[in-house]
Design a protein around this ligand. Structure first.
Ligand SMILES: *[C@@H]1O[C@H](CO)[C@@H](O)[C@H](O)[C@H]1NC(C)=O
Ligand SMILES: *[C@@H]1O[C@H](CO)[C@@H](O)[C@H](O)[C@H]1NC(C)=O
Ligand SMILES: *[C@@H]1O[C@H](CO)[C@@H](O)[C@H](O)[C@H]1NC(C)=O
Ligand SMILES: *[C@@H]1O[C@H](CO)[C@@H](O)[C@H](O)[C@H]1NC(C)=O
Length: 381
């Protein structure tokens, strides 16, 4: 099915929108709190990254997530009980693409990295206060999927879309999973994002995001909820290797799936499906059992996202194809038998909210999943 996506069609709450709308007054408070918590627990190590990000390493059992009221009696799960069937079947290599490096922070084993860009956070908070309650504009290019499923996997080509520095808009691409009725939609997501006015620079950053029972949107460790088990993936940090138009291409493999034993939602990355962490099932009510809506692709959002749109993906139309347009490929879902399968092509809607600015092309379905090119220049010329 290939149609024009209606912009405000339904539950569209992408990682990006979570990121924007998630930074509300309450989460600013939580952020202060979580810094306090970290200080009180006396960080063992502080690591400064190339580009200036500062991460603290904190004991995996003392991470801020365990302060979440719904995680009072939570027992940490250090690795998934199992991975979905078919996780180790290699995907065919169509074109040479290297793995993009997630922000790697070498915390000692038994610790997890927490981003603590205090100065930057204050700046972001300040900007955020002006953004609250604004009726943000939204544009998108990708695939919406409506069916019951227990996970999603995709290979996501990483680019640095241009976003005007002074615009308060942002551009993001990734995977989102939802369930729940209107007004109570629960979501989990993983994405890369460029958000200059929120983070103070135009680097491409990696995030996880969610909204659960508390109806509060959150990302990374800025409010408690996501339990990290990786001692070296720095959520919110820079992705260092980003694709170049008509040059080297980089991609990340992301797999989000529900642990059939513990019901926690895991997120893993890379060719080895290395665990980053999980969203405990107790954070959720509707999405506890399964997802029933998913979004794969890119979004832009913000006060001028429609009137003066940022780029999505490479900033080039999907029709330019390999090496020039951003792709998402090997998109698979986890079915009721805990098996990675090609999504049902009759349950997806493929397209863009504004065909003059963005497009989707190269849509193809095979045994290894769905492939597409997507993105475009927005209003950039
Ligand atoms: C920290 O969180 C507690 C509740 O856990 C709240 O009462 C307090 O006001 C918060 N402090 C700050 C500085 O946000
Ligand atoms: C910090 O962690 C290292 C390695 O785990 C340990 O050897 C050292 O004693 C710790 N330092 C403090 C102050 O806890
Ligand atoms: C998903 O399920 C909820 C009930 O849990 C329902 O209200 C909602 O409409 C469903 N969403 C879609 C996209 O089917
Ligand atoms: C959840 O928050 C959204 C806005 O962020 C609001 O529209 C909705 O009514 C809220 N739902 C509940 C149950 O509070």
């Amino acid at each position: 099915m290939k149609e024009r996506l209606a912009t405000r069609a339904l539950l569209v709450v992408s990682c990006l929108v979570l990121v924007t709308r998630g930074i509300d007054a309450r989460s600013n408070m939580q952020r202060e709190n979580s810094s306090q918590i970290i200080t009180n627990r006396q960080l063992n190590t502080t690591i400064t990254m190339e580009g200036g990000d500062v991460f603290g390493c904190i004991d995996v059992n003392l991470q801020p997530s365990f302060d979440h009221p719904l995680l009072k009696d939570h027992k940490i799960q250090m690795k998934p009980s199992s991975l979905p069937i078919g996780h180790n079947i290699p995907s065919p290599v169509l074109h040479v693409v290297s793995q993009a490096r997630l922000p790697i922070v070498e915390c000692p084993i038994g610790m997890v990295p927490i981003l603590r860009n205090d100065g930057r956070d204050q700046r972001a908070t300040h900007i955020t206060e002006q953004v609250i309650n604004m009726d943000d504009q939204l544009e998108e290019a990708g695939i919406k999927y409506r069916d019951d499923f227990y996970g999603v996997r995709a290979t996501i080509n990483v680019y640095g879309p241009k976003v005007k520095k002074d615009s308060k808009d942002l551009s993001q691409s990734g995977i989102q999973i939802d369930n729940g009725p209107r007004g109570h939609v629960e979501s989990i997501a993983a994405c890369y994002s460029v958000a200059p006015s929120f983070v103070g620079d135009s680097f491409v950053r990696f995030h996880v995001a969610w909204r659960g029972i508390l109806n509060k949107t959150c990302y990374d460790h800025t409010c408690p909820g996501f339990v990290e088990v990786s001692h070296n993936v720095g959520l919110g940090g820079r992705i260092l290797l980003v694709s170049v138009y008509n040059g080297p291409q980089f991609a990340i493999n992301i797999l989000i799936f529900k642990d059939p034993k513990t019901k926690n939602w895991w997120v893993t990355y890379g060719e080895e499906n290395t665990p980053i962490g999980y969203w405990p099932s107790s954070l959720f009510s509707y999405i506890k059992d399964k997802g029933n809506f998913s979004y794969w692709g890119g979004h832009v959002s913000g006060p001028t996202a429609s009137s003066d749109s940022p780029q999505i993906g490479s900033g080039h139309f999907a029709s330019e194809g390999n090496g020039k347009a951003a792709f998402m490929r090997n998109i698979q879902i986890v079915d009721g038998n805990n098996k990675l399968v090609t999504p049902n092509r009759y349950k997806d809607v493929v397209g863009t909210s504004d065909t003059s600015k963005y497009s989707v092309d190269g849509y193809e379905v095979n045994n290894h999943g769905i492939h597409m090119y997507y993105g475009g220049p927005g209003n950039f010329v």
